[in-house]
Design a protein around this ligand. Sequence first.
Ligand code: HEM
Length: 337
Amino acid sequence: MENSSALLLGRSGSLLQFVTILLLMLCVVDVKSQLSVDFYASTCPKLAQIVRKEVVNAVKAEMRMAASLLRLHFHDCFVNGCDGSLLLDGTDGEKFARPNLNSARGFEVVDSIKRAVESQCSGVVSCADILALAARDSTLLSGGPSWKVPLGRRDGLVANQTGAGDLPGPFDNLTLIIAKFAAVGLDSLVDVVSLSGSHTIGQASCATFSNRLTNFSGTGAPDPTLESSMLSDLQSLCPANVNGNPTTALDRGSTDLFDTHYFQNLVNNKGLLSSDQILFTGSEAATAAARSLVQIYSVNPGRFFFDFANSMVRMGNIGPLTGSNGEIRRNCRVINS
Ligand code: HEM
């Protein structure tokens, strides 16, 4: 009797486990399939064209805007999932978190895109989806790959300033960066290295790399992994008492072009941020694997573009709100009243 009840318990235990695993698998499959590339086919059939036109105008006016829009999607997705929470105004918003303050830009462009979309399809398209489309268009307009953007995200109702403070940072080591990616479900090194390749476009301010210029990690000397002519350039750009917030190109070889030059820089000790260069140089557990990806991408644009596009889709799949969760914001800066 004891045996049979133990057996029964054992069986029901494993049945329970089986059902739980099945449910979890369904959830995973469901999350992936919640977004679809034709989500707005009937409700906003011209969406892609509307967004493209606005991004083209913005990038024509300022080439760097492509980089800024791409980064907004990243900073949105890594905090509470891709839910447009980064766009919310207010002193408790993500815009005031350290990685975004005086750094994240392009919010006015997102407003223009949203206005253009609302004028043709009112109350239908989320701000989170606009960010995903704008990131794709920005990449393409800079000479990078294109991909089909899964859509159907809804907008979040809350910002998460603390979460935004914990975005991957320029002083993080590789182990920590990998952990931060894994924490949002991007558990492949390919995601870390290929998405870091976004730094083939855009700018960074002195504050994000001046730690490398004079007293690296308290050594009293510059970062030895920074190439000497670039070091002196950066030292004159960012003296200790620098005024304002000077910036320089993340990829000083082909600043506005989405290409493999970023990876060639790393091979030549010309990565701008410490978090860039450590993908190639260092002695952490994952360095060898990262280094080998950097080497591959540096000579193989096709492989970089392919991996980048896939990783962007994976990043765009982080924790989307769907169904009746969240809302479709009318104005990306505030939740609907
Ligand atoms: C791997 C960890 C990452 C770190 C530590 C990091 C850090 C940074 C920093 C410090 C800047 C300069 C900000 C400033 O000075 O205002 C920057 C710029 C940028 N980041 Fe990253 N980033 C990372 C990953 C990514 C990813 C995954 C993407 C996109 C998918 C991305 C896209 C960009 C772009 C395009 C810029 C230039 C933005 C502009 O010019 O406005 N970054 N990043």
